[in-house]
Design a protein around this ligand. Structure first.
Ligand SMILES: [Zn+2]
Length: 255
């Protein structure tokens, strides 16, 4: 089995990681921190009350961008949506409303495909997967459901995504891929339970567990405190904006 050729979306994700100062050999520890502090794009996470839309990417005439992620989706999907939007941004694609079917189903739209490959490589870089298999001494067990499940939880990606990544690095072949996807789907609850201690615990995960939505962009909180200092907001208005907003994890958690 050999690795698949790099897709242009994967190549763009590698360049973006370099630009952001992220090692290619690690999962993204906190994607919100990458988006807001490194890419300087504000991110709103809010319930859309419509799970057919995964997110929204807006661009202002000034060149500023804005991303909204649907909190109706679980943290794994939210993370993928945000990574996908960063892909559109980094590859100079047009703003859009994102249909869930383009991110989590089969899409033929070339820009959506590119953004999906970008998201996959950003969240689970090939070098990180092969390094992880070596470190965990799991190369011989790459086709085991437990390996794929643990990989998915540690990198914060969906089970099928973990299987596709294992195939792209050449750790498993096409036959094992299909079998694994079926087995993971049938035994999902057991496997998640068994490997739960390895689950990636980033801000997106914490917000979902505590149901703290809307999660307003960090920049909005900054504007709010400036407005409070200038007496444009009274204490009550200010509290309504900043209440319940957790601090974004510190930068040193991102490797
Ligand atoms: Zn898209």
């Amino acid at each position: 089995m050999s690795a698949r050729p790099l897709h242009p979306g994967e190549r763009a994700a590698r360049r973006a990681r370099e630009h952001w100062g992220l090692a290619q050999t690690q999962p993204v520890r906190d994607l919100l921190e990458v988006a807001e502090d490194r890419e300087q794009v504000p991110v709103l996470i809010e319930r859309f009350d419509n799970d057919r839309i995964a997110g929204v990417l807006l661009k202002h005439g000034s060149g500023e961008s804005f991303v909204a992620v649907n909190a109706d989706h679980n943290p794994v999907r939210q993370r993928f949506t945000l990574a996908h939007e960063l892909g559109h941004l980094c590859m100079g694609h047009q703003p859009r409303v994102e249909l869930s079917s383009d991110l989590f189903g089969a899409t033929r739209d070339p820009q959506e495909v590119e953004a999906n490959y970008f998201a996959a490589e950003l969240l689970a870089p090939r070098a990180a997967i092969t390094g992880w298999l070596e470190n965990q001494e799991l190369i011989a067990d790459a086709a085991a459901p437990d390996t794929a499940a643990r990989l998915a939880l540690e990198f914060g990606i969906a089970f099928p995504a973990a299987v596709y990544r294992l195939e792209r690095v050449g750790a498993i072949g096409p036959t094992a891929k299909q079998r694994l996807i079926d087995e993971l789907s049938n035994r999902a609850a057991t496997l998640v339970g068994r490997h739960a201690p390895h689950r990636l615990r980033d801000t997106i995960q914490t917000l979902a567990e505590d149901d703290r939505y809307p999660r307003v962009p960090k920049r909005t909180l900054l504007y709010a405190s400036e407005a409070r200092a200038a007496d444009l907001l009274d204490e009550q208005e200010y509290e309504a904006i900043v209440a319940e907003q957790p601090a974004v994890n510190s930068a040193d958690w991102v490797s």
